[in-house]
Design a protein around this ligand. Structure first.
Ligand SMILES: Nc1ncnc2c1ncn2[C@@H]1O[C@H](COP(=O)(O)OP(=O)(O)OP(=O)(O)O)[C@@H](O)[C@H]1O
Ligand SMILES: [Mg+2]
Length: 310
C-alpha cells in the first residue's frame, strides 16, 4: 500500500469564461468543474491509475472538506484524513477561450498544534501498513517549515520509504530528515542550493551533491527534456519520446505517484524512472490535470531513452 500526505488540500475550481478576463468588471462563469486538489491528491490518482492500493491523508475541514472527500471517493481513492475546524481552501483557475489561464490560490487556513499531532500519529499508523509514503506540496498558513522533517521521521520509524516533493523552506528543512527520494524541478533545486542549475553539467552536479548528502534517489525533473536521477547505481538521464502536449500541469505529481507505485513493486531505480517518466509523459496527453491512460504510458515506456551519464 502507498500513503499520500497532502497538508494543503483544496477544492480546485476550473472556471470557463466566454471572452478574455477583464480586470475590474463582472465576469460570468459559463462552467465550473470542481476537483479534489492539492499536489498529493494528484499523486494519489496516479498511484490508483498505476494499479496500486493508495490511501490519502492530510487535513480536511468544513463544507469544502466534505465536498473534497466526496470528490475523492468518486475518483475511487481511499481516505483517512484528519478532520480540522478550519475550512478547506478553494483554488480557482480561470480559463479563457484563447487558452490563457489565471490562477487564484487561497492560502490554507491555519491548523492547530493538536491537529498537527493527530496528523503525525495518523502518518505513523498508515506508514506501518505502507511500503511508500509520499509528501507533496505546500502547507497551511502558519505551519512550521520543519513539518515535513517531523512527519518523515514518523514514516521512516514505521519502516516505509519516503518521497518528498515540495519547495522553498519546506524542502530545505524536509531533507534534513533524509527522505528516500526527492523530486525537485530545476527551479526548486536551484533555489535549494542557492545557485543556477540550468546546463546539463550543473544538473548532474546538483543531483549528485544531494545524493551524497544522504538521499538515496534524487530525481530532477526537466519538463519536456525528461529527468535526471542520481542514485547508488550512478547518474542516469531519461529522455521522453516526442509528443504533442495537451496539458503538462501535474506531470511532476504523476511522476511522484508512479515512482511510489514502481518502488512498491520493487523495481530497480532505473526501471522506476522509466515507468514514472512514461506515466508523466502520458499525463501531458490528457486535458485533465494529473490524469493519464495506463495503456498509453505502457506504449510510451518503450520510447523512453535512459543513458548513464555518471
Ligand atoms: N512536454 C513534455 N513532453 C514529455 N514529457 C514531459 C513534458 N513535460 C513534462 N514531462 C514529463 O513529466 C515529468 C515531470 O514534469 P516537470 O518537470 O514539468 O514537473 P513539475 O515542474 O514538478 O510539474 P508539476 O509540479 O506541475 O506537476 C518530466 O520529467 C517528464 O518525464
Ligand atoms: Mg512539481
Amino acid at each position: 500500500m502507498i500513503t499520500t500526505v497532502t497538508l494543503n488540500t483544496s477544492i480546485d475550481k476550473a472556471y470557463s469564461i466566454e471572452g478574455d478576463l477583464e480586470v475590474g468588471t463582472v465576469m460570468r462563469v459559463t462552467s465550473c468543474i470542481d476537483n479534489a486538489g492539492g499536489k498529493g491528491l494528484n499523486a494519489s490518482r496516479a498511484v490508483a491509475t498505476a494499479g496500486e492500493d493508495v490511501v490519502a491523508t492530510g487535513f480536511v475541514g468544513g463544507n469544502n472538506g466534505r465536498l473534497l472527500c466526496e470528490l475523492l471517493e468518486a475518483d475511487g481513492i481511499s481516505q483517512e484524513f484528519v478532520q480540522v475546524d478550519s475550512e478547506t481552501r478553494c483554488c480557482i483557475n480561470v480559463l479563457e477561450p484563447s487558452g490563457r489561464s489565471t490562477e487564484f490560490l487561497e492560502p490554507g487556513r491555519p491548523v492547530t498544534n493538536d491537529d498537527l499531532a493527530r496528523l503525525a500519529a495518523k502518518v505513523r499508523e498508515l506508514a506501518l501498513r505502507s511500503s511508500v509514503v509520499t509528501f507533496s506540496g505546500s502547507a497551511p498558513k502558519g505551519v512550521s517549515t520543519g513539518v515535513y522533517a517531523t512527519l518523515i521521521e514518523q514514516a521512516k520509524i514505521a519502516g516505509a520509504s519516503v518521497i518528498l516533493d515540495t519547495s522553498g523552506d519546506l524542502l530545505a528543512r524536509g531533507i534534513e530528515a533524509k527522505p528516500t527520494m526527492v523530486k525537485p524541478n530545476t527551479d526548486e533545486i536551484a533555489q535549494l542550493l542557492g545557485r543556477t542549475v540550468s546546463t546539463p553539467e550543473e544538473v548532474v552536479d546538483a543531483a549528485r551533491e544531494m545524493h551524497t548528502s544522504g538521499i538515496d534517489q534524487v530525481v530532477v525533473s526537466l519538463g519536456s527534456k525528461g529527468a535526471l536521477m542520481a542514485c547508488e547505481d550512478g547518474v542516469f538521464q531519461g529522455t521522453p519520446p516526442k509528443i504533442d502536449v495537451v496539458n503538462p500541469v501535474g506531470s511532476g505529481d504523476t511522476m511522484v505517484g508512479t515512482f511510489a507505485a514502481a518502488m512498491a513493486r520493487g523495481l530497480s531505480p532505473v526501471e522506476q524512472l522509466r515507468f514514472a517518466m512514461a506515466c508523466a509523459t502520458a499525463n501531458c496527453l490528457t486535458p485533465s490535470t494529473g490524469h493519464f491512460d495506463l495503456e498509453t504510458a505502457d506504449r510510451l515506456a518503450e520510447g523512453v531513452r535512459i543513458e548513464q551519464v555518471g
